[in-house]
Ligand binder design. Structure first.
Ligand SMILES: O=C1C[C@@](O)(C(=O)O)C[C@@H](O)[C@@H]1O
Length: 224
């Protein structure tokens, strides 16, 4: 099954695939955070849920918990499962041979690649945001940029970049993390962002400033 991000997709993030039934009402897919899960490949092998999966095995140097050298191999193996529609790989990894090989392996199995970049410290200047997101769209079927907004102007710059790239026909996903940027999660889809993330269990948010799943679905539906 492939996720092509032709239109907006709401991903419910979790490290527990058993939570999938709780997400069905509001989500289009599950983001399985392999880096937070105990034995992710075994969990994937026994997944019988209805929603397709995005698999993420976020490196510790990009805000996740994966530290082991098998991180990319595990992602590549995860991409082989029919239930997996997309694999999330950091742009910095995709710019290395190992990352590019994992992406090629995923594509060989009909699985899309999300090329992602995160700034947990702040907001890059607008030129750098555009340049990073552009590079991400070159490496992935969709490019994703998550920044941390310090001011509403940072959010405007992100939305403007989103609009620019999406209007040029690129597939992009953007969000501003943290409280200041929270509203970006609701409005970025209007400017062309194709993925939104919300935790299945609000107690287990996977990034600062996330809305709960039902709220984000409602906001996106009301605003579009
Ligand atoms: O890259 C992203 C986006 C995200 O960081 C967010 O801000 O919602 C949440 C992560 O789980 C996901 O992998």
């Amino acid at each position: 099954m492939s996720l092509d991000f032709d239109s907006f997709v709401l991903a419910a993030s979790t490290a527990e695939l058993g939570e999938e039934p709780r997400a069905r009402e509001h989500a289009d897919c599950i983001e399985f955070r392999m880096d937070f899960a105990g034995d992710p490949l075994t969990a994937l092998a026994s997944y019988t849920g209805e929603l397709p999966l995005i698999v993420t095995n976020r490196a510790d140097w990009e805000g996740g918990e994966a530290t082991d050298e098998n991180r990319l191999d595990d992602l590549a193996r995860a991409a082989e499962f029919n239930s997996v529609g997309a694999v999330d790989i950091e742009l910095a990894a995709l710019e290395s041979d190992a990352g590019e090989e994992a992406a090629a392996h995923a594509r060989d199995h009909g699985t899309s690649v999300i090329a992602s970049a995160h700034d947990f410290e702040g907001a890059p200047d607008p030129d750098e945001m555009r340049e990073t997101l552009e590079r991400a769209t070159e490496h992935g079927n969709i490019g994703k940029l998550a920044i941390t907004a310090g001011t509403p102007s940072d959010v405007l710059a992100l939305l403007s970049t989103t609009d620019e790239l999406a209007s040029d026909g690129n597939r992009v996903a953007t969000m501003a993390m943290g409280e200041v940027g929270r509203h970006s999660r609701a409005v970025a889809p209007i400017y062309g962002s194709r993925i939104g993330y919300a935790p299945v269990d609000p107690a287990n948010a996977t990034a600062p400033g996330q809305y709960d799943l039902a709220t984000l679905r409602e906001l996106v539906e009301q605003l579009r």
